[in-house]
Design a binder for this molecule. Sequence first.
Ligand code: SF4
Ligand code: SF4
Ligand code: FES
Length: 247
Amino acid sequence: MEEAHLKIFRGDRDSGAFQDYAVPLHEGMVVLDAIHFVQAHQATDLACRWNCKAGRCGSCSAEVNGKPKLMCMTRMDQFPAGTPITVAPMKAFPVIKDLVCDVSWNYEVNKRIPPFNPRPPEADGTWRMHQFDIDRVQEFRKCIECFLCQDVCHVLRDHDKKDSFAGPRFLVRMASLEMHPLDVTSRTAYIKDQGGIGYCNITKCCTEVCPESIHITDNAIIPLKERVVDDFYDPVRRLVRWLTGQQ
Ligand code: SF4
Ligand code: SF4
Ligand code: FES
């Protein structure tokens, strides 16, 4: 039977190395199947996180041949036969063990975002929204929190700006709130200061890796940047704010 040669990272946040494993190939096999084979037959202590094996839970994120991927959605037959396939944990987050990272920083960022704040209901006790306003934010609700976009973003990955930049996943969430047709909170100051949107230089790497094909830069980040510019850098609005004493 044909075999694939995997180089899997084994270790923790202090030390580690790639180790070689040979795995028999089957039709339709994905990288997560190969990892499970190694776990079952060669390294029962190999740590990896997964849940749905269907691209829905966002748990199995890793770097396959250096590219951020969901292991359960990455077919083995796309790699040239005979060349080793490397599987490593996401680089932007601390490794706990082998392929499992500590992604808890993301949950802390999420908790700090000003929450949904709907306007009061209309006289009949309900709300009305235009379908085109709903359509605009619907895309953002597809996020499965795989954090592949966070992993690839150079601001977090290479510059480790976790203290001052929320990252693309949470700019998407801020966009979903900011553009929600019922929400009345303005988050532009938050997006500019705590969100650190100015760090994003629109490389679009986050959009390229998103397994849900969310147009992160075009539909979330760029419109948020425009709102921040309108609110804080438009000279007329600055003059009005100065004259009225607004922040
Ligand atoms: S477009 Fe912005 S948020 Fe996305 S990867 Fe590039 S710098 Fe990061
Ligand atoms: S925006 Fe896309 S890449 Fe980022 S966490 Fe959500 S699903 Fe994953
Ligand atoms: S195991 Fe759920 S997305 Fe891969």
